[in-house]
Design a protein around this ligand. Structure first.
Ligand SMILES: Cc1cc2nc3c(=O)[nH]c(=O)nc-3n(C[C@H](O)[C@H](O)[C@H](O)COP(=O)(O)OP(=O)(O)OC[C@H]3O[C@@H](n4cnc5c(N)ncnc54)[C@H](O)[C@@H]3O)c2cc1C
Length: 329
């Protein structure tokens, strides 16, 4: 019988927790409160900034377990698993939550396997008031949603960005910050990172960007993405893409937004030459404002767009870039 504890696995960026990690802590808080347990955050990495523990407590964690070891950076599942498995064994969580990013999607099923459980990926809602914890996730290419509960324990789930609001910072909260010795040893790490290619490093990270300029087949080729990058730069945003554009090799695969790509929820999503297929919208439908430019006035994207322009994005883009550069930041 597990406790009502919830283990949230933090993803760090530039020394601090990502926005999605803070959202994860909020979900963990709601489950732990309903189940009468604690929120325990796992913070793994090398040279982890001491302030991170306090940040996570202020956002709702009761305990933050920090494992600081050179083997844990850059992230590799082999390196992270021994410590997460051990921590999970100690705190006996009802649920283990990870961000639905390439990091979390890679780690969650492996961790679930080690814990003798299974995983629900890309969850957008959680109901902890029922006897079981119920997770809601998109299915059938994003056109339907299913609610799942677990027959195994713990429930291991990845949470999609912007599905929940992070809790407001409360510096009066107190919590324990536990520095743990790493269990992982070099012989446990069977993979070796020989090079790291950071796609789109020139722009804001796609998942956290406030503005995303995304290109589809309609941008016409790699040049279209260079133009999309100019617009993104003018707006301090990031560049994304439809699967077709990635498959055609017009941009790196890491740009893909959608069901089988990344999930974004920016304030502004500019869709250039994208038809608006359900599988694409599954990754950007939570954007606050969608602006679409498409030659086909009947394109599905216009049903989701707040502002739409019927026209050739290759003709319109240079004017748009020019105008956006005039905006004072
Ligand atoms: C299991 C599964 C998973 C999938 N996962 C994803 C995913 O994660 N992400 C994703 O994006 N797709 C995904 N897809 C594919 C998805 O179904 C669509 O095929 C894809 O999104 C279409 O990409 P697109 O809009 O760029 O291309 P198209 O559908 O070919 O649309 C191109 C659009 O550009 C417009 N256009 C053409 N020329 C211009 C121009 N000069 N100016 C302006 N507009 C122009 C056209 O009118 C058209 O609307 C998935 C499919 C499956 C089956």
């Amino acid at each position: 019988m597990s406790t009502g504890n919830v283990l949230a696995v933090a993803e760090l960026e530039a020394g601090g927790p990502t926005g999605l990690t803070l959202e994860l802590i909020a979900v963990a808080r709601s489950i732990a409160t309903a189940k009468g347990g604690k929120v325990i955050a796992a913070c793994l990495g090398a040279d982890v900034d001491e302030a991170v523990g306090g940040d996570l407590v202020a956002r709702g964690a009761d305990e933050v377990h920090v494992v600081d070891n050179a083997l844990l950076e850059p992230y590799q599942a082999d390196a992270w698993l021994p410590d997460l498995e051990a921590l999970s064994g100690e705190v006996d969580p009802a649920a283990v939550l990870l961000p639905h990013t390439s990091f979390g999607a890679d780690l969650a099923p492996r961790l679930a396997f080690r814990l003798g459980s299974t995983t629900a990926t890309g969850c957008v809602d959680v109901d902890a008031d029922a006897a079981d914890i119920l997770f809601t996730r998109p299915c059938y290419g994003g056109i339907a949603r299913e609610r799942v509960s677990f027959e195994s324990s713990p429930a291991v789930a990845t949470i999609k960005t912007k599905s929940f609001d992070a809790l407001p910072r409360d510096d009066s909260r107190s919590g324990g910050i536990v520095a743990r010795d790493a269990i992982v040893t070099p012989d446990r790490v069977r993979t070796r990172v020989v090079a790291r290619d950071t796609e789109g490093a020139a722009g804001a990270r796609l998942e956290n960007a406030r503005v995303v300029v995304a290109g589809g087949r309609g941008v016409g080729g790699p040049d279209g993405f260079a133009a999309a990058r100019e617009l993104a730069d003018a707006l301090d945003g990031a560049v994304g893409a439809s699967r077709v554009a990635c498959d055609l090799g017009w941009c790196p695969p890491g740009y893909q937004i959608g069901l089988s790509g990344k999930t974004v929820a920016p304030d502004l999503y500019i869709a250039l030459g994208i038809s608006g297929a359900g599988q694409h919208m599954a990754g950007c439908g939570n954007a606050r404002t969608i602006v679409a430019i498409n030659t086909d006035e009947d394109a599905d994207i216009f049903a989701s767009a707040r502002f739409g322009v019927v026209g050739d994005c290759r003709e319109i883009l240079p004017y748009l870039v020019e105008e956006m550069r005039k905006i004072e930041k």
